[in-house]
Write a protein that binds this ligand. Structure first.
Ligand code: FEO
Length: 168
């Protein structure tokens, strides 16, 4: 039986992963209607990944004799001033998620739930990867500034990155 404190913390994390999926969906929509089709593809895919992160927690909770529960979600931001702002916010959000996963890991240690701690290793590694990907993209966008052809190339690159990545 899953420890109740751990179960509650996982359910909070399920909400955060679900919100991440909606946030990236909202950002993908903004990119698509504002002339960044590559960034849109990238973020639609990122949104699917977050849904997968959520589902992985749902199945784990239910499989361990707990019960996954959904919560209400706040409306994600839908207006951005630039592609730079979008990715700055993605980065900030991923840092928030990393912190949240680390806190969850801390709870599993306090509760001596080493099985869940072990399960969380996957998320810990995933966060390292996501932060590193976002930081690379952010550096590139910052470098081109307002240069239109530079932006065009970055958008193409995001399209290629999305096509090359394995399905979530
Ligand atoms: Fe589920 Fe991007 O963290």
């Amino acid at each position: 039986m899953l420890n109740k404190k751990v179960e509650k913390a996982i359910n909070e994390q399920i909400k955060k992963e679900e919100f991440s999926s909606r946030l990236y969906l909202s950002m993908a929509i903004w990119c698509e209607v504002n002339g960044f089709p590559g960034a849109a593809s990238f973020l639609y895919r990122q949104s699917d990944e977050e849904r997968m992160h959520q589902l992985k927690f749902v199945h784990y909770t239910n499989d361990r004799g707990g019960s996954a529960a959904l919560m209400s979600l706040e409306k994600p931001e839908a207006e951005f001033n630039s592609l730079l702002e979008v990715f700055q916010k993605v980065m900030k959000h991923e840092q928030f998620i990393t912190e949240s996963i680390n806190e969850l890991y801390g709870i599993t240690l306090e509760e001596k739930d080493y099985t869940t701690g072990n399960f969380l290793q996957w998320y810990i590694n995933e966060q390292i990867e996501e932060e590193s990907t976002m930081s690379t993209i952010l550096d590139k966008i910052s470098l081109v500034g307002n240069d239109k052809s530079g932006m065009f190339h970055i958008d193409k690159e995001l399209e290629a990155m999305t096509a090359a990545a394995p399905a979530p």
